[in-house]
Each structure stands twice: as C-alpha cells, then as structure tokens.
Design a binder for this molecule. Structure first.
Ligand code: AHR
Length: 314
C-alpha cells in the first residue's frame, strides 16, 4: 500500500496487502470499559493474525504522541489511536501520513482535519448524553430536580459531547437544573471523591435529586459515597450513566443504579474490517463508523445483562 500526502488530503494506492503489524496507542486503564476495549482489541488482532504492538499511555497525551512516533519509526502497517483529549494531534498525524501509515481513531474524536485519519470508530457521544438526559426527563420525581454531574476527563471528546447531549435533552424541562458539575476523570476513585464533596455541599445529599455520570465507573464510585453518607442510591438519588459495564448491572439489580447507555468495547472489529478492505483494494471507509447506543434500565433483567458481560474482559 502507498499513501501520499497531497495538500491536506491522504491519497492511497492499494497494493492488495493486508495489515500485518498494527500499533495501538491506548489511553490507559482508567475504567472497566477501557480494560474491555484493550482485551477485545487484542482478541480481534489475534483472530486475524495481526501482530498488535500495544502502548499504554497512562492518561498522558505526550506518551501517546511518543508511541505514535515509535510506531512510525518501526514502520507498522497501520495505527489505532484512542486519543485521550481532542486537541493537539495535527503534527503527529501529519508525520504518520507522511510515512504513509493510515491511522484509525477508536472511541474518541480529535479536532484535526479529517484527511489526517482514515476513519473513526465510535458512538455518537452527543446522542449518548441525550439518551441519558431523556431518561431523567421521563423518570424524575414530581417537582424540582437538582442534578449533579460527574464529567469525564477534561478536554476529551466524550466529556465535551456527553455534557452537551445531556443539556440538549433537559433544555425544555424548567424543573431540572444541573447544580454542580466537576470532572471525576472517568475513574471510580475520582467519582467517589467528587461525589463526597457534592454531598457535603448539598445538605448531605438532601438537595440532590439525581446524578449524571459520564461513565459507569464514576457512578459506581459515587454510589459508594452515597451509601456511606446513609442515603439510598437509585431511590433517594437517581443514578444515570454511560458504558453498560457488568458492575453497573449488579448495582441496577440491587436497586442502586437506574439507567445506563451502552458503549460497545468492540471498536477494533470494525476498525480492522475497514483497514482490511482499504488495503485489499483501496475501498474508502466512511469517515465515521458509528456503534449503537442502547439504553438499559432496571426493567431489562440486569442480572442477565451482568452474566452476559462478566467474562468479556471488563
Ligand atoms: O471514550 C470512552 C470513555 O472512556 C468511556 O465511556 C469511559 O469509561 C472511558 O474511560
């Protein structure tokens, strides 16, 4: 396969080759969902006979940039990038393009020109926030509902888009108000710590009607904080979050969480399919390959959902 930079556009002449060696710059292991995405990517590579070179950036963009440069130096056939934040990728993506190496984005977006990557596999992150917000609009108790929000990593596309989507959904509901919003960095410990401060600031929790967490791990940490404060999560404070990891289904089965929006950890399958077709005969994938965002509630047999997911690498 040959790729040439033509102005800002990536132009590729297919040679019928398949990706043999793929570099994967992963963000880290901040959440159960992230661990599952890593596992699934490794499984997908193994099934296809791909030599996957894995790099864990431990949440740092500079580590991801160094990993991409190292993949370029190694001469890999393609690069998978799950970008920790949305900005700051232009230079390194240009370097990959100049080295004729296609890059596929996984689960998060960048603000670079789309000619600098082959395709992006992910969910509609704004829609996820809208689904979560609509669940609250439809299920909140009568009267005023004061919401606290645990945001994902600052500057990451899911944190930006899930915040916006939720606000879109509650826009027409004058009795729903986001009273506190802070990042918990997509981690359980972050979710617990920030929720403790929310509870303290909001009358020990008496003034909070619902928690919206940008991922399940932060919700699980927050549930712990709520229980330690002597309040009933899922009843006194409604809990809606995103990912659909096994542990949130256990919390839902126990009545301690109310709703989650699924994000599949299988981003690599569609990514490798797109790379394979592209390398075989130059088939251009869509610029965005969208995964589903299904809503699950306590009515959806949470224990069955837990059983179906518990051995999938979360
Ligand atoms: O980019 C996807 C998000 O990143 C997941 O929702 C979250 O769990 C992870 O850390």
């Amino acid at each position: 396969m040959k790729i040439h930079m033509l102005g800002a556009a990536l132009v590729v002449a297919a040679t019928g080759a398949q990706a043999q060696t793929v570099g994967f710059s992963q963000i880290g292991s901040e959440s159960g969902w992230r661990a599952a995405e890593t596992t699934v990517t490794q499984q997908q590579a193994e099934e296809r006979g791909i030599d996957l070179r894995f790099s864990d950036a431990q949440q740092r963009q500079e580590n991801q940039i160094a990993a991409i440069r190292s993949f370029v130096a190694q001469g890999v056939d393609a690069i998978l990038l799950a970008p920790v934040v949305a900005t700051g990728w232009d230079s390194v993506l240009e370097e990959a393009a100049e080295a004729e190496i296609p890059v596929v984005l996984l689960d998060r977006m960048v603000d670079s020109d789309e000619s600098l990557y082959l395709t992006a596999v992910g969910s509609d992150l704004v829609h996820e926030g809208e689904v979560a917000g609509q669940w609250l609009v439809d299920n909140k108790p009568e009267g005023e509902c004061r919401v606290v929000e645990l945001q994902g990593t600052t500057g990451s596309s899911p944190a930006i888009d899930r915040a916006n989507g939720f606000r879109n959904a509650i826009e027409g509901s004058d009795d729903i108000e986001i009273v506190r919003s802070q990042t918990g960095d997509f981690t359980r410990s972050g979710g617990k710590e920030v929720m403790e401060s929310f509870l303290q600031a909001e009358g020990g929790g008496d003034n909070i009607c619902a928690l919206y967490a940008h991922n399940d791990d932060m919700a699980i940490g927050a549930i712990q904080a709520i229980k330690e404060a002597g309040i009933a999560p899922g009843e006194d404070i409604l809990i809606v979050s995103i990912d659909a990891v096994p542990d949130i289904f256990q919390a839902m089965a126990a009545g301690e969480a109310n709703a989650t929006v699924e994000l599949t950890p299988n981003m690599a399958g569609p990514a490798f399919d797109a790379l394979e077709a592209y390398m075989a005969d130059g088939t251009e994938p869509e610029k965005f390959i969208q995964t589903e965002s299904a809503l699950y509630t306590q009515d959806d047999d949470p224990m069955a959902e837990y059983e179906a997911r518990k051995d999938l690498g979360y």
